[in-house]
Ligand binder design. Structure first.
Ligand code: M6R
Length: 607
């Protein structure tokens, strides 16, 4: 939920920390801080609000040349977002500082016992106990590894931490448990980051820290130790395939817009190497030794959940495999019945969502095989799943997820087709048409996107008066309606609810009046007539309607928005960006902070 960057090397550390924090700002942006060692002393600068405010403060402090430092951008869990609670936190001697992402669940007990020993706390955070525990042991042993181990053995919960000691200006320390932390390996310099973009301009070589590992970084070396035994662990260096240009705005006003417009490329990359267009076969070699599951359980949160829900329709209709879809925070606390031959599919852009990871771990404990559909290479979901299907969408920076869902839908569709093939269920004509349709999809979408954006812009102005919106659809368009509503509410702060169109008359229709618009998705499919009936019911109550539909259909609405009919499933890939762009343009028109909406953070790594 928070972002950590750490640097040790030969360059001035402060600009690297500030730049890194800006690239991590999507993880939290209610307060921020940096610490560096200067002339043997720790300097800490913190501020409430965005990184730009911290930056002004840092430069007005005129930091001298320093080549080691830690930075943190916060999304508050314990303690309100203010300067006092911003990280880094220092011990009482001013020798040690800590930045932390995660939640220390037993901090109240530890805090009481530290207070009883005379330690005065300066913040309301759970994090502060960490620095005092490390300090307690360090004052006796002068040994960083022993002190960090002493501290972390006492805490419960989740953490990724960076630690600096002013009397050790040539060492940076880090550790993790259930929160992401990656070590970047440079030449004569090393980094820590919550996510790769933090240090991507400097290196693509990384070490993924596992839980209960502690790293010691110097300019030349990275040593990793086991928290439990203190022994050194041999780690592999991996190379990240991302380019820094993917983590920049590339001329667009917002990351969200850039990521929406990237979707043709995203579809192409998600398909790459996974379809043999000559034989029309699906090549998901990762799944080859899994067998055909009796049942699939899909577990995810937010937008990834909507992609999974969309997938349920496909697994059931194409592959005839029954599917249950769960919001991860529900799945982990109910008693799901998972049988031996069931498959659990977890979907996560970041691969670090705490509830999704907990669901994954629970499924494994229950003996189920887990397939992770995930964007971030080396993330916890990727590492802990039995098999991983990468979505290959590239870094998604905007808090509102867009291209990730598109890529997840491609992978899910391929999975459904793969199982259908294995079960010999595909009707050859339909199958071939779908495969060739997939091949053409990136080009079609590329052509459609500019038109779609224009219409979204016009409609967003007309409907910006709305205080509430319904998003309605049936079949495959129902999960898309849920996603449309989520996008609108999270970035424009207009209340929006997604419903199965047929549910309206069971209650929600009571809300309809001339001020309450509905965004209805009515594509040319077997459910079209039924959706038209639902539209009529709303019109009878004078509710304004935007109808997202296909050409050559008979439907009346206040505004008709047409996208080409790609024949069922593939039309979803044109509907999705229309919904995203409508939300985007509405938020822009209303002057909202599109990439960093209030109260949110990109990766929800706490429960
Ligand atoms: O990284 P994940 O896909 O696991 O994230 C899941 C949700 O937190 C995420 O989709 C969230 O709902 C987005 N803000 C939606 O735009």
């Amino acid at each position: 939920m928070c972002g950590i960057i750490g640097y040790i090397g030969h360059r001035p550390a402060v600009p690297i920390l500030l730049e890194g924090l800006k690239r991590l700002e999507y993880r939290g942006y209610d307060s921020a801080g940096i610490a560096y060692i200067q002339q043997g002393k720790l300097k800490v600068i913190k501020s409430e609000g965005k990184i730009s405010i911290l930056e002004e403060k840092v430069f007005s402090n005129d930091p001298l040349h320093t080549t080691i430092g830690l930075g943190h951008t916060r999304w508050a869990t314990h303690g309100v977002p203010n300067e006092k609670n911003a990280h880094p936190h220092m011990d009482l001697s001013g020798n040690i500082c800590v930045v932390h992402n995660g939640i220390i669940e037993n901090y109240t007990k530890i805090k009481e016992s530290l207070k009883a020993k005379g330690i005065d706390f300066r913040s309301d955070t759970d994090t502060e106990v960490l620095v005092h525990l490390i300090s307690e042991e360090y004052s006796k042993t002068q040994d960083p590894l022993t002190s960090i181990r002493y501290c972390l053995k006492q805490v419960q919960g989740s953490y990724a931490i960076g630690v600096m000691f002013s009397d050790r200006p040539k060492e940076l320390w880090a550790a993790k448990h259930s929160s992401p932390l990656i070590v970047g390996i440079g030449v004569g310099e090393n980094f820590i980051g919550s996510d790769v973009p933090a240090f991507l301009p400097y290196t693509k070589d990384v070490i993924f820290l596992e839980d209960e590992e502690i790293a010691r970084l110097t300019t030349e070396h990275v040593d990793v130790y086991s928290l439990n035994t203190g022994d050194k662990i041999k780690k592999q260096i991996k190379t990240i395939p991302w380019d820094i240009s993917l983590a920049q705005k590339g001329g667009y006003k917002h990351f969200m817009l850039k990521e929406i417009m990237e979707q043709p490329r995203v579809i192409f990359d998600a398909l790459a190497g996974r379809v043999n267009y000559k034989t029309k076969r699906i090549l998901l070699n990762e799944l080859n030794d899994l067998g055909i599951p009796d049942k699939i359980h899909i577990v995810a949160c937010g937008t990834s959940f909507h992609a999974g829900f969309w997938g349920k329709y496909l697994f059931e209709s194409l592959a005839k495999i029954p599917v249950e879809v769960d919001i991860a925070s529900e799945f982990r606390y109910r008693d799901p019945l998972i049988r031996k031959d069931d498959l659990v599919v977890v979907i996560s852009q970041s691969g670090e969502t705490a509830d999704t990871l907990a669901g994954l771990r629970m499924a494994k404990e229950m003996g189920s095989k887990v397939v992770g559909i995930c964007n971030v290479v080396g993330s916890s979901v990727a590492r802990e799943s039995d098999k991983v299907l990468y979505t290959q969408a590239g870094p998604e920076i905007s808090v509102a997820s867009t291209k990730a869902m598109c890529s997840q839908m491609v992978v899910i569709l391929l999975m459904a087709l793969y199982f259908a093939e294995k079960k010999n269920l595909m009707e050859p004509d339909k199958h071939n048409q779908l495969i060739m349709g997939l091949k053409d999809l990136p080009n079609i979408l590329e052509k459609e996107l500019p038109k779609t954006r224009e219409i979204a812009k016009e409609l967003s102005v007309m409907y910006s008066f709305a205080r509430s919106f319904f998003y309605l659809g049936r079949g495959l368009n129902y999960p898309l309606a849920l996603e449309g509503a989520l996008k609108l509410k999270e970035i424009s702060y207009i209340h929006a609810e997604g419903y199965a169109a047929g549910e309206m008359k069971h209650g929600p229709i009571a809300l309809i009046d001339p001020e309450f618009p509905s965004f209805v998705i009515a594509t040319k499919d077997h459910l079209f007539d039924k959706v038209v009936s639902n539209i009529k019911e709303i019109q009878a109550r004078k509710g304004p309607i935007i109808c997202l539909t296909n050409p050559d259909v008979k439907v009346s609405a206040n505004h008709i928005w047409q996208v080409p009919d790609l024949g069922g499933i593939l039309t979803s890939f044109l509907i999705l960006p229309a919904l995203q762009l409508f939300a985007y343009e509405t938020a822009v028109y209303l002057g909202k902070d599109v990439d960093q909406p209030r109260n949110l953070a990109k990766s929800v790594t706490v429960e």
